[in-house]
Design a protein around this ligand. Structure first.
Ligand SMILES: O=C(O)C(=O)C[C@]1(C(=O)O)C=C[C@@H](O)C=C1
Length: 360
């Protein structure tokens, strides 16, 4: 580099250093305000974590952004700023359906950031139990997938549990091809969970036709094995790559690109309205003619959009069902409250599972 160019570079770097100093000062100023909010909330017995407010922060900044800083990066950067602020208010413990490096782990990290303490649990009931006993502040569990449908284990938990849904997380399930070197030519074997191998079958046939495919007990386990042998590649998540020190040979190799999973954040309290909410309820109706029509009528009458209805068998009674309904709005909205009151009138059993910010 010529002396003149070096001088230009040095000036620009000095400019960046000055900007970074300002950013750092502002980050500390913001953290102090977040601490003040934390104290004010503690005084009123309010929850420190407020997913609705977080969403509003992300969305306001993304709408305001004129670039060139990428909008998606704004979400990620602010995710970590808020996560760090929250850890000053109160170190947060989040139980998730593990093991580590699963997609639920990734969803928990997306929602709570790196400053939260994420603790893997062996089962979905164990996640609920950790939160119920107060050993974790929140829990993250999967609830439905665009390819596989509902996760019945999670829905069944709400029948007995008093925990409330505080937020939903949408995650694109992206299967990445990972290895130690990150080079296609080093791959002699591909390892993954049978479902992940099946979801990437066409890509594997086209790109690695002669390489043997071997089943592993989980995508995380496949990544762990790939970390021990440079001739083995694993199909696993991005988080598995960072956990096991693997490189991405090829991202997003799944055949169906529209593979999304919805996760729920469960906590011990109901959350307050944000203006963009969704409510989930569970109920059992009497087994009599016209009851299905009557249970949906109150929502139709008030123009309330129903986004999902599921039924699950009642385990103690043959051919009777529990319904799970998702609707737009918050239980504190007048129209929603009235509709739910009408619904309750034709139910043998009824429970609000939570009102929480709709993922947009
Ligand atoms: O606004 C609040 O309620 C805060 O506690 C502040 C803050 C933030 O850093 O912006 C931190 C944590 C909450 O989950 C939401 C927002």
């Amino acid at each position: 580099m010529e002396k003149k160019d070096l001088e230009v570079l040095s000036k620009l770097r000095h400019k960046i250093d000055t900007i970074d100093d300002e950013i750092l000062d502002l980050l500390n100023e913001r953290a102090r305000v977040a601490q003040d909010i934390g104290h004010a909330k503690a005084g009123q017995g309010l929850e420190f974590y407020n997913p609705g407010r977080e969403l509003a922060v992300f969305e306001r900044l993304i709408a305001r952004n004129s670039g060139p800083f990428p909008s998606e990066a704004i979400r990620r950067v602010y995710r970590e700023i808020i996560s760090a602020s929250l850890s000053l208010e109160q170190p947060m413990k989040v139980a998730f359906f593990g093991p580590s490096a699963t997609f639920t782990h990734q969803a928990a990290q997306k929602q709570f950031g790196f400053s939260a303490q994420l603790v893997a649990q062996k089962s979905i009931p164990a996640v609920f139990e950790e939160v119920r006993r107060g050993r974790a502040d929140y829990g993250v569990v999967p609830v439905e997938n665009t390819t596989e449908g509902i996760v019945s284990h999670t829905l069944d938990m709400f029948v007995e549990s008093d925990l409330k849904i505080n937020a939903e997380i949408l995650l694109e399930i992206s299967h990445d091809l990972l290895s130690l070197s990150g080079k296609m030519e080093d791959i002699e074997k591909v390892l993954s969970h049978p479902q992940a191998l099946a979801q990437c079958r066409h890509w594997l046939e086209e790109n690695l036709p002669d390489v043997p495919l071997v089943d592993a007990s989980s995508t995380a386990m496949a990544a762990r094995q790939a970390a021990e042998d440079s001739s083995v590649a694993a199909i696993a998540s991005e988080i598995a790559a960072s956990l096991y020190g693997l490189r991405i040979v090829k991202p997003k190799i799944q055949d169906n690109t529209n593979n999304l999973t919805r996760f729920l954040v469960v906590g011990r309290q109901l959350t307050s309205p944000t203006g963009h909410d969704k409510t989930s309820v569970l109920f059992i109706v009497a087994d009599e003619p016209g009851v299905l029509c009557r249970m949906l009528g109150p929502f139709n009458k008030r123009g309330i959009n129903l986004s999902k209805i599921e039924s699950r068998p009642i385990k103690t009674k043959a051919w009777e069902y529990i319904f799970f309904l998702d609707l737009e709005g918050h239980v504190e909205d007048a129209a929603v409250a009235e509709a739910l009151e009408d619904l309750q009138a034709c139910c043998r059993s009824f429970k609000v599972l939570g009102s929480y910010p709709r993922c947009r």
